[in-house]
Design a protein around this ligand. Structure first.
Ligand code: 5RP
Length: 252
C-alpha cells in the first residue's frame, strides 16, 4: 500500500494507507463528476471502470442522476449495469455517445493507450470511438514512456481459424522489436481465452520499442485474420490519474 500523510489538523493520527484499488476508485469517482443527467454513456470494463459503473448506479438510485442510458463495452459490464438497474442500449440505437469512462493498461505521454488485458478491446474501441468525450481512469502504475514499455502484453484480437498462422505473421511483423506472440489462455491451462465476440487473443510482448504507432497499427490491421488491436491512438480526450500525491488530470 501507499502511505499518504493524514490531514494537518490530525498530525498525531496514523497515516492513511491507500491500496491500488483505492486509487482506482478515486480516479473512477472523479470521472463520474463529469456525468450529467440525460447523457448516453459508454460503460468501460475492468477493475477500475467497475468502480465508475458502481458509482453511476449509486447516483441513479439516489436520484442525483436521471435519464442515463448506458452502452456497455462487455458482457461483464452489461451484467453489472443490469444488476445496478442502469438503463442500457446499444450502438445501433445510439451511434453517438456523450461520454465514455474506461480504464487502460498503459497510458503514454500523448494519451495514447494500450487496452484489452481484460479482453474487451474490440467492443471498447467501437463504443469509445463513437464518443464525444472519452475519459480514461488509471492509477499511476499505468503510466509509460512509450506503448509496450511496461513489458506487459499488447493484445490483438484474432479469429480462431488457423490462429497459429496469424500469431506467426504478427510476430514476424515486429521481428526487429524482438516480438514474442503468445495465445492468451484461460485459467493457466492450454484452453484458449475466448472473447465476448467468440475470438481469440494473441498477446504481443516486445523487447524494444515498436517505433511509429500509426505504422504499427496499420500493419497489424492489414493482416487478414486480425479483428482489432489494443492500441487506442488519439482517442482519449481526458486522462485522470490517481497517485500517491493526489489526482492529476490531463486533457488532449
Ligand atoms: C479491458 C481493458 C481494461 O480497461 C484494462 O485492462 C484496465 O483494467 P483494470 O482497470 O482492471 O486495470 O482494457 O479490456
Amino acid at each position: 500500500g501507499l502511505l499518504v500523510p493524514s490531514s494537518p489538523s490530525s498530525s498525531l493520527s496514523p497515516p492513511v494507507i491507500l491500496t491500488q484499488d483505492d486509487l482506482k476508485k478515486i480516479a473512477a469517482y472523479k470521472a463520474v463528476e463529469y456525468v450529467e443527467s440525460g447523457m448516453v454513456l459508454g460503460l468501460g470494463t475492468g477493475s477500475t471502470a467497475k468502480h465508475a459503473v458502481d458509482r453511476i448506479g449509486d447516483l441513479l438510485r439516489q436520484g442525483k442522476l436521471k435519464n442515463i442510458v448506458g452502452i456497455p463495452t462487455s458482457k461483464k459490464t452489461h451484467e453489472q449495469a443490469v444488476s445496478l438497474g442502469i438503463p442500457l442500449s446499444d450502438l445501433d440505437s445510439h451511434p453517438t455517445l456523450d461520454l465514455a469512462i474506461d480504464g487502460a493498461d498503459e497510458v503514454d505521454p500523448f494519451l495514447n493507450l494500450v487496452k484489452g488485458r481484460g479482453g474487451s478491446l474490440l467492443r471498447e474501441k467501437m463504443v469509445e470511438g463513437a464518443c464525444k468525450k472519452f475519459i480514461v481512469i488509471v492509477d499511476e502504475s499505468k503510466l509509460v514512456n512509450y506503448l509496450g514499455g511496461s513489458g506487459l502484453a499488447m493484445p490483438v484480437e484474432i479469429i480462431p481459424f488457423c490462429w497459429k498462422f496469424t500469431a506467426a505473421r504478427l510476430q514476424n511483423l515486429f521481428e526487429e522489436s524482438g516480438c514474442d506472440a503468445r495465445l492468451r489462455t484461460f485459467g493457466g491451462k492450454d484452453e484458449p481465452f475466448v472473447t465476448d465476440n467468440g475470438n481469440y487473443i494473441v498477446d504481443l510482448y516486445f523487447k524494444k520499442s515498436i517505433g511509429d504507432l500509426k505504422v504499427a497499427s496499420d500493419a497489424i490491421l492489414q493482416l487478414a485474420g486480425v479483428v482489432e488491436h489494443g492500441m487506442f491512438l488519439d482517442m482519449a480526450t481526458t486522462v485522470i490519474i490517481a497517485g500517491e500525491l493526489g489526482i492529476t488530470i490531463k486533457n488532449k
